[in-house]
Design a protein around this ligand. Structure first.
Ligand code: MN3
Length: 203
């Protein structure tokens, strides 16, 4: 499969019920993500970035030609952000992390619960559309950040290993304006095993 093909969801559209509804997953993956990908591919085609992975291109956003940089930032960002988002969720998930990432979370935030509070605050408090992140920085350090729109921490030299989409399209059908409830329920579908793997790969 081409790196510029929309990866299928790694589970059924209704697999994250009741926390995230099937219709939202269908629209979000098949329509929203597809549009980000299509516009990204259109922008980089015929440029030196055509054959790089999207992740590499977003890491090197500052080098992307100015006439396509905004499209790459918004739509390439949308593509890499959503690709991560589908992966770090799973049915029958949630709970707490294990291993190195669990130790580092506890060391950084004091406890897993206190990490959750910090992340939740970032997600609920992001004004307008955007994302909350757990990112890996130098030396395997962990930090919680938030970005507006589809900006990815990759472009800031960080590696995101957990991300939460707080655009209204991610939750409006089921939760309407109740973003805090969506965020609280989302913890039930976090795939900590995957997050642990991403942490290992990043350090
Ligand atoms: Mn989205």
């Amino acid at each position: 499969m081409s790196q510029h093909t929309l990866p299928p969801l790694p589970y059924a559209y209704d697999a994250l019920e009741p926390w995230i509804d099937e219709q939202t997953m269908r629209l979000h993956h098949d329509k929203h993500h597809q549009v980000y990908l299509d516009n990204f591919v259109k922008a980089v085609t015929g440029t030196p970035f055509e054959n790089l992975t999207a992740t590499e291109t977003l890491r090197r956003l500052a080098e992307v030609p100015e006439n396509i940089r905004t499209v790459v930032r918004n739509h390439g960002g949308g593509h890499v952000n959503h690709s991560l988002f589908w992966e770090i969720m799973a049915p029958n998930a949630g709970g707490t992390p294990e291993g190195a990432v669990a130790e580092r979370l506890a060391g950084t935030f004091g406890s897993f619960e206190s990490f959750k509070e910090t992340f939740t605050k970032a997600a609920v408090g992001q004004f307008g559309s955007g994302w909350a992140w757990l990112v890996v920085g130098p030396g395997g350090s962990l930090a919680v950040t938030a970005t507006p729109n589809q900006d990815t921490p990759l472009s800031a030299g960080q590696t995101p290993i957990l991300g939460l989409d707080v655009w209204e399209h991610a939750y409006y059908l089921k939760y309407q304006n109740r973003r805090a409830e969506y965020v609280a329920n989302w913890w039930n579908v976090v795939n900590w095993r995957k997050v642990g793997e991403l942490y290992q790969a990043a350090i």
